[in-house]
Design a protein around this ligand. Sequence first.
Ligand code: ADP
Ligand code: MG
Length: 487
Amino acid sequence: MVVDVYMQSTVGWGQVGLNPQLLRVVQQLGYSSPTAVQAETIPAILAGRDVIGSARTGSGKTAAFLLPILQNLLSRPPYPGTHVLVLSPTRELAVQTESMLQGLARGTRVRGFVVYGGVSLQAQRRALRGRIEIIVATPGRLLDHIRRGTIDLRDLDVLVLDEADRMLDMGFLPDVKQIISILPKRRQTLLFSATIPREVERLAREIMHDPVRFSVGRQDQPPETIRHTVYQVPDHLKSKLLTELIRHPEMKSVLVFTRTKWRADKLADELGQVGLKVGLIHGGKTQSMREAALAGFRAGRQRILVATDVAARGLDIQGITHIVNYDVPDTSTSYIHRVGRTARVEEAGEAISLVGPREAKDLKNIENDLGYSFSRERLSGFNYMERGAPRPEFRQRDQRPREFRPQGERPRGFGPRDAGGSRDFKPREGYRPREFKQSEGERNDDNRDRGPEPQRSGPSGDHRAYRPRQGKHRADWRLQGSRRGKY
Ligand code: ADP
Ligand code: MG
């Protein structure tokens, strides 16, 4: 069953079936009326149905599942065990969901706890000895606890996959499948995300029992209150252009996404050097650094946060005015989630994409998927033609110890390019060295940090599987593995 509803709900809180205690809580939080996704899904969840809910970023999906879950727990006599599990793709999102739970469950007997990696396992084990009805977790650390016997999910009644399409994609699927395999078969399963593609829905239905699907608004779209703009700029000028743009007083709170951790580090450095206060968050940072950066940004101590896609999903940060795609994301799904960090609950927001010559195609694909094109802008007075620094030459060092080097010979590899190699070599008659044409963007080739593109096409046969050469590209193997490592 699929139900289509509009973004705005016409229903008041009185009509969704919440008990007086929870009604008081939502009043206190200042939620004047339920959002559309809440108005639709709360009654279905209260009735015990499995639900697939897709609604735009920032439309209140968290409360849409937490409120009825709480009410169902409170409406029956207490019995021991963990009854609800909420799975989240990132640690920060798990923490955020649990803190929302604390707010909603205040004054009730229901206890929640958040379990995520990068922090002490011992402290979590100790806390888990108490009575905890709701666990919010990231899959990896949850499995750790399950294996050690510190979390027991035999009495589970409700499983929630928040950011469901992400939880069921290749990076997480093995862990999530393993977790689901130990859960009771008789349970309520709830899936929420702003983007739920058909394949994911098909997969999801295998772990659900006759789910009802609510899709609120047009599928797979960012909020309409976002203005999208594009600046076409050579790659080596991106950080300079961004520094100029950020000077604008309108850019009060800016979340900048880069493609890789390495580029995030580099950009944060560059912005720091011109005196801007920047927070940095990516998978290569310690958890305490990640938390400090996020807290600083939330509190407004830094008005700029540079992040990889680790911050693209679910985070609800008040007052972000601008999202910057320092690098164009590779899918429209990723674009929707990134820009969805602004324009929460019908507010306005702006999404700026800096597009290098080689990203034009990715951008086109995103525009095609969303069905409209973004407005092209140029910053007046900015020199788009400025040349980049020449690429440093990487040469082989002469491995021979000094005493074995013929007198007077310069170490190989430090002279002009053809100084290396055999001294007896004479090119054949008429030989002209091949010329390589390099465009501006390519000379400043910083795609290097990305490693080879993973093969995206299916088994069509026209691409041979990429096989890195042994030894020479050893670092590439790291990038080949799970996508999670990349962020
Ligand atoms: P989503 O998961 O859909 O992206 P969230 O659950 O993170 O959205 O909620 C976004 C914001 O909306 C949160 O700050 C939340 O407090 C707020 N919110 C939730 N429900 C309501 C409501 N009914 N009215 C006003 N604000 C709400
Ligand atoms: Mg959410």
